[in-house]
Ligand binder design. Structure first.
Ligand code: AMP
Length: 414
């Protein structure tokens, strides 16, 4: 089955075309036929298309909306420019959409029906920037490909719907949960679920034997406690602002500082939100950049004090989450690192694990340095009581596989 995976933002569209089926799924041999992205949809759009062979193709063209953007992409997929990845657009069997917020309504991936579309609409309040864009992507795909091509929604929040109330409730008046759905939802669910499933496969464990802590460390960062295969706690909360230190997001803080800073600095609510989402995290502490690679370079080459501080706060917060999740879960078998930082930086992984030796966790630095640039594997030493792994995430692949399973009625693990 050829699945077009779409991740539609307000002015962007990312895609992958994946070929998958039962055999490919079982043997991990799904094929990536093409991928790419279009930015600045709504004006002079910039596209980067990557066929399966050859280098990326870049260009710009006016694309007023997501419908015309999808049209442009499909024309490329069937053209000589892409090496005619597809003979015709009729070869697209299904479309899988990344949908950000499923609220409490969606606990797994679903076939998109008018009811499901209404459900996504009903959650707009919870993700006012993302869900409307996702809905525009769904409408555009229906218009361009026709109602006969099944579409599947894969939610960022769905994996965390197994959180127990003690983990998802905030200690604020309960009516706020009842009236306004204020609770922890968690995000990055597709990534946590993918690496957990991959870890199971690599270690040949059953779902029930899967007790791990997954750390997705990219520009956005989140931790997830997975017990008996289920997400039982996660660091992102009502929004993706809570939890770990991120590129530009603060993560956890004392809510009382909001009023204090707003008054002192004369900032509005909106400006405070921008401060915490866009000017905080690694960027806020270092005053330099939100990019971990650049920070490490600054710390090394210029011995920049604030770059070092940002890195230390980042690692310390992640280590605290590991400790708290170990307590919450009553122990775990492994920590799994993923995301741009988690997959590539042996230094940061060491920084996070440094201090966990007391509970029997030792990294093998040769393994740790080997597992970068997409290489997966175990990085803890022989005999370490808690294992550590690096597993590159692949959200698009999981979306394609979910799409295949939903459309064919194959049961979905996790
Ligand atoms: P992502 O959002 O998953 O693409 O991750 C982006 C983050 O990964 C940025 O902070 C990058 O600087 C970081 N990153 C990518 N490669 C490396 C690397 N080799 N060392 C440290 N950080 C890296």
């Amino acid at each position: 089955m050829n699945v077009l995976v779409l991740n539609v933002g307000s002015s962007s569209l990312k895609f992958q075309l994946v070929r998958t089926d039962d055999d490919r799924l079982l043997n991990n041999t799904d094929e990536r036929l093409a991928k790419g992205m279009v930015e600045r949809v709504g004006g002079e759009a910039i596209y980067t298309y990557q066929p399966s062979v050859g280098g990326p193709q870049r260009g710009s063209i006016p694309l007023p909306d997501h419908r015309s953007t999808l049209g442009h992409l499909l024309t490329w997929l069937t053209s000589d420019d892409s090496g005619a990845v597809l003979g015709s657009i009729g070869e697209i069997d299904a479309v899988g959409h990344r949908v950000v917020h499923g609220g409490e309504l969606f606990k797994k991936s679903v076939l998109i029906t008018p009811d499901v579309q209404r459900g996504i609409e009903n959650n707009i309040d919870l993700a006012p920037l993302h869900n409307p864009a996702n809905l525009r992507g769904i409408a555009a795909a229906r218009e361009v490909l026709g109602a006969g091509v099944p579409q599947v929604a894969v939610f960022d929040t769905a994996f965390h719907q197994t959180l127990p109330p003690q983990a998802y409730l905030y200690a604020i008046p309960y009516q706020l949960y009842r009236r306004h759905s204020v609770r922890r939802y968690g995000f990055h669910g597709t990534s946590h679920r993918y690496v957990a499933a991959r870890w199971r496969k690599l270690t040949e464990r059953s779902r029930e034997e899967t007790n791990i802590i997954t750390l997705h460390l990219g520009n956005g960062c989140s931790a997830c406690a997975i017990a008996a295969g289920d997400s039982v706690d996660t660091s992102m909360g009502f929004t993706p602002l809570e939890g770990l230190v991120m590129g530009t997001r603060s993560g956890d803080l004392d809510p009382a500082l909001l009023e204090h800073v707003a008054v002192k600095e004369g900032l509005s609510q909106r400006e405070m939100s921008t401060l915490l989402n866009k000017h905080s995290g690694l960027l806020g502490i270092s005053g330099l950049t939100n990019d971990m690679r650049e920070l490490l370079q600054e710390a090394d080459e210029n011995d920049d004090r604030r770059a070092r501080l940002a890195i230390e706060v980042f690692c310390y917060r992640a280590r605290k989450y590991i400790g708290s999740y170990l307590a919450a879960m009553g122990g775990a078998q492994a920590i799994v690192f993923t995301g741009g930082i988690g997959e590539n930086s042996a230094r940061i992984r060491t920084g996070i694990c440094d201090g966990l030796q007391w509970m029997g966790m030792t990294l093998d630095e040769t393994r740790n340095h080997y597992c970068t640039d997409g290489r997966e594997g175990i990085i803890s030493a022989e005999g370490s009581r808690l294992d550590a792994w690096v597993i590159p995430t692949d959200e698009e692949l999981l979306i394609a596989r979910d799409c295949y399973r939903v459309v064919t009625g194959t049961p979905t693990p996790f």
